[in-house]
Design a protein around this ligand. Structure first.
Ligand code: AMP
Length: 211
């Protein structure tokens, strides 16, 4: 399989695209770039500005996220290809990306809104190791809201609370889904309502067959 690839992972919140992007990037030696993570790492004044949008479930302005992303794409680890997780979120961002990078394939992970709501409202994360648990479904932590490996309390993202979740799903359908049309000839659609392993295998198989 061609290993130097620029991939985009698209899917509603809770589809598992972050989990898959992490696994597949390791498997193929690609850099994993989550724009959500880049924003959560912001410090000081920038953090205050970013939190104003993200905590309510709104997108941050295109020029801001583009500036942050361009810097990240300059990283040495991106030279052998990358996976974008959470970008582009709208057609303007897709057009802007086209001007700076070639996109090889777009992996769409599909789940219903009902499933997305169930997964997100139970999502609790370990700040230290980054593992995401689900206290309603699985993987459940062994002790209530405590990380199995780090033994510290888990936290719930501000934007995984009910009102921002609904807003984020609405924005996904209204602004992000149209991006899929833009990438029509590059899309690999995957059913995301299966196990992590099954989805991972299918993504790798379909990428191999597409080459
Ligand atoms: P995520 O971790 O991908 O769910 O992203 C968390 C939040 O970060 C989103 O709800 C947005 O507020 C913001 N965000 C992430 N990526 C983008 C993007 N490409 N454009 C604008 N806002 C973004």
């Amino acid at each position: 399989m061609q290993t130097k690839m620029n991939l985009i992972f698209v899917g509603p919140q809770g589809s598992g695209k972050g989990t898959q992007a992490k696994i597949i990037s390791k498997e193929l030696g690609l850099a994993h770039i989550s724009t959500g993570d880049l924003l959560r790492e912001a410090k000081g004044e920038l953090k205050e500005k970013v939190d104003n949008y993200t905590n309510r479930g709104n997108l941050v302005p295109d020029n801001l996220i583009l500036e942050i992303l361009k810097k990240r794409l300059d990283g040495d680890d991106c030279k052998n290809g990358f996976i974008l997780d959470g970008f582009p979120r709208n057609s303007e961002q897709a057009k802007a990306l086209d001007k700076i990078m070639k996109v090889d394939k777009v992996i769409e992970i599909k789940i219903s809104d009902k499933e997305a709501l169930k997964r997100l409202s139970g999502r609790w994360i370990c700040k230290k190791c980054g593992i995401a648990y689900n206290v309603l479904t699985s993987p459940k932590p062994k002790k209530d809201k405590i990380c199995d490996s780090c033994n510290i309390p888990l936290y719930q993202r501000e934007d995984d609370k009910p009102s921002p979740i609904k807003k984020r799903l609405k924005i996904y359908h209204e602004e992000t889904e149209p991006v899929l049309e833009y990438y029509q000839d590059k899309i690999i659609s995957i059913n995301g309502e299966r196990s992590i392993e099954e989805i991972q295998e299918e993504i790798l198989k379909r990428l191999k067959n597409a080459n």
